[in-house]
Ligand binder design. Structure first.
Ligand code: UDP
Length: 367
């Protein structure tokens, strides 16, 4: 029985690594991986396959750049062709990128079962391309694996009880990834020493979301806030997304803290585990901060991971310099609160694969 997994962007490699590793235990299932090419630099793509032992993609479409329409359209065409060639029983998509949307759309129109991992998340901000991708992907998915009860409630609010889809609370595959790789990362990565950082003595930041990078005023305010944090509170380090770098350089925005190229997953885990706290607009990093007992200052006006905000682990600071500085100042003098199990405890990969194997054994999924 064949399953086609669609990946293309950095967070999808990390999520797919977890499911792929668990799928191998189910002997009747053969996974094929299609890489759209959405992220393509070595340090945004192949390093994740190498470090996390993800099987080499069977198909590589090499599609990147262009506007959303061009990129998604080309992916749709390429994925459709591969689905026709392979004739899989189901197509697995992850998260909320253009690769997710193109994979789900192509599969659904060819009457394939669509399985969405990380379903049900909502920011309620329809200006985010990710929000549009999520809503459409969820609506046409046959099986929706949700990381949290918040995600399940979002789907119920949208009337999913009336649709012919199956909703499963799986927990979050990114927690599985942290638990599985953190010891290996500690052994292999020397990034903290190499960058001469003090354990628990620096702030890790990432910025890549369009709402921040495509608005020079917002981006400048965030960088100015982080410049002040660096000067007056603790050193700041930023592995810089290539798109953000381009915009910073084009607009001559002054950065007074350390910037480095994007790093692989092991280096990133080491940076997270050794940081004092995290400032980010990344979805994945907000949870990784929590998994590693670090506060997160979120550089956005809303988040899909509201349980972190409600639990006091995460604060929305938006893009205003003052709010960022205030949140960092408060957090560094406050002990990290006791934790509850918000994301399933590391069993998501197993739950997803077990469920898939049962579906695939059933008549409905027979090709
Ligand atoms: N990440 C990484 N190297 C970096 C920056 C991020 O390995 O230089 C990891 C990060 O730890 C998380 C994932 O990439 O696991 C998040 O990806 P990203 O922020 O690009 O996407 P989002 O989670 O916002 O969809």
């Amino acid at each position: 029985m064949k399953i086609l997994t669609i990946v293309g962007a950095r967070p999808q490699f990390i999520k797919a690594a977890v499911v792929s590793r668990n799928l191998e235990k189910y002997l009747g299932i053969k996974e094929y991986i299609l890489h759209t090419g959405q992220n393509y630099d070595n340090n945004m793509s192949s390093i994740f396959f190498e470090e996390m032992d993800i099987p080499k993609p069977h198909f590589h479409l090499n599609i990147h750049g262009g506007g959303h329409g061009v990129m998604t359209g080309k992916m749709l065409e390429g994925i459709e062709q591969k689905i026709q060639e392979l004739n899989p029983a189901a197509v697995l998509v992850y998260g909320d990128t253009n690769s997710t949307l193109a994979g789900a759309l192509a599969a659904k129109k060819l009457h394939k079962k669509v399985v969405h991992v990380e379903a049900g998340l909502r920011s309620f901000n329809m200006r985010m391309p990710e929000e549009i991708n999520r809503i459409i992907t969820d609506r046409i998915s046959d099986v929706l694996f949700c990381p949290t009860t918040t995600a399940i409630n979002n789907l119920k609010q949208e009337g999913f009880d009336n649709f012919h889809s199956e909703i499963v609370l799986s927990g979050d595959v990114m927690q599985d990834a942290v638990l599985f790789y953190q010891d290996k990362a500690s052994q292999i990565s020397h990034i903290v020493d190499n960058l001469q950082l003090q354990p628990n003595g620096f702030i890790l930041t990432t910025i890549h979301r369009a709402e921040n990078t495509d608005n020079v005023a917002r981006l400048t305010a965030i960088i100015n806030g982080l410049n002040t944090v660096h000067r007056t509170i603790l050193p700041v380090i930023l592995p810089l997304h290539p798109r953000t770098r381009q915009i910073i350089e084009k607009n001559g925005i002054d950065i007074h803290f350390t910037i480095i190229d994007p790093v692989g997953y092991f280096d990133m885990l080491q940076l997270i585990m050794n940081a004092t706290l995290i400032c980010t607009d990344s979805g994945g990093l907000q949870k990784e901060a929590y998994f590693c007992n670090k506060y997160c200052v979120t550089l956005r006006d809303e988040t899909e991971w509201i349980e972190l905000v409600e639990g006091g682990y995460n604060r929305l600071a938006g893009s205003e310099s003052e709010r960022i500085i205030e949140a960092v100042t408060d957090y560094i003098k406050t002990p990290f609160p006791p934790k509850v199990e918000l994301y399933g405890g590391g069993l998501a990969g197993e739950i997803i694969c077990h469920h898939l194997s049962q579906l695939i054994d059933s008549e409905v999924y027979a090709v």
